[in-house]
Write a protein that binds this ligand. Structure first.
Ligand SMILES: NC(=O)c1ccc[n+]([C@@H]2O[C@H](COP(=O)([O-])OP(=O)(O)OC[C@H]3O[C@@H](n4cnc5c(N)ncnc54)[C@H](O)[C@@H]3O)[C@@H](O)[C@H]2O)c1
Length: 280
């Protein structure tokens, strides 16, 4: 159902790879709510994924850009402004990747060159993006920027690895830049902390099936899907949330406030055959 929440608004969306991507669902919902969009991803992702199909479906141009590359970001922001004939209103940063996770390097045997890449792609790219937007004065007054994050920024979750550091930095950038951009142009910056979700990036996390079952059992409302993340994100782009800024907002069915639930306890009790080190 459409509420015309984004009628007359224009936005730039990073990170739609295929129809499992959270950014894909956000783009689809934003278009349904009346927004005009520009989509972006790396040239490899554009070649390997389905983003061009999404662009055709919602009538949005696709512009290649590596979110870690300042020249690419410069070009992207310039071209997006050209396309819209001026400034725009919202941006979604839905970008994440860890070479340590991909190459199965455990947290106590990290490759530090990979760690630099994890931080650059998954966190510093957010700073680079906002700095570039600001330099080009690309966002309209009362605009909104959202990045996607995960609760591993606050709590240790087995196998999330160096992405935990990246998410902690990402959330901090939202606060630090949220102050500056808010003060100077009433731009709000928030992060949405999403439930584990079966996307291409999500399925790279070791043990994702067990994790999703656990968080589903622990959350009174159950895990939030990519579509539900899109619904929530749309409200943050709309004029209904103009004074919400510098926040990390959980879209996780209540997981972040839970310690133990009846459904999780039931499962745990059933499997009390091993010791605390996981040995049978
Ligand atoms: N899936 C989950 O369980 C989950 C939970 C919480 C938060 N998130 C976050 O949501 C965001 C989107 O991930 P997703 O789950 O939709 O997976 P996804 O794999 O569909 O999206 C990740 C995107 O990042 C893009 N990307 C990677 N390197 C890039 C670069 N250098 N420049 C530009 N783009 C680049 C990829 O091409 C891809 O489109 C990520 O920040 C992820 O950490 C995911």
């Amino acid at each position: 159902m459409s509420y015309n929440l984004l009628k007359g608004k224009k936005g730039l969306i990073f990170g739609a790879l295929n129809d499992k991507s959270i950014a894909w669902q956000v783009a689809r919902r934003a278009a349904e709510e009346g927004a005009e969009l520009v989509l972006t991803n790396t040239s490899v992702a554009i070649r390997m994924g389905d983003i061009n199909k999404l662009g055709e479906d919602i009538n949005a141009p696709v512009i290649a850009s590596d979110a870690t590359d300042i020249d690419d970001l410069d070009n992207l922001v310039k071209k997006t402004k050209e396309h819209f004939g001026g400034g725009f209103d919202f941006v979604l940063h839905s970008v994440g990747m860890s070479p340590n996770v991909r190459k199965r390097r455990p947290y106590d045997d990290l490759n530090y060159e990979y760690l630099k890449k994890t931080l650059d792609i998954s966190a510093i790219s957010f700073h680079k993006l906002i700095q570039t937007l600001k330099k080009h004065d690309a966002l309209n007054e009362w605009g909104s920027i959202v990045a996607l994050t995960y609760i591993a920024a606050q709590r240790t979750l087995f196998e999330y690895n160096d992405m935990a550091e990246a998410k902690a930095m990402l959330e901090s950038i939202a606060r630090s830049f949220g102050y500056i951009y808010g003060r100077e142009k009433h731009i709000r910056i928030n992060t949405v902390s999403q439930s584990p979700t079966m996307t291409t990036a999500g399925s790279g996390v070791k043990g994702i099936d067990g994790l999703m079952d656990f968080t589903e059992r622990m959350s009174p409302l159950g895990n939030a899907t990519a579509e539900e993340c899109a619904d929530y994100t749309i409200t943050l782009f709309s004029d209904l949330t103009k004074k919400v800024t510098m926040q990390n907002l959980y879209n996780d069915g209540g997981f972040s406030s839970m310690g133990m639930s009846r459904r999780a306890m039931h499962m745990y009790n059933k499997s009390l055959s091993g010791d605390c080190d996981g040995n049978e």
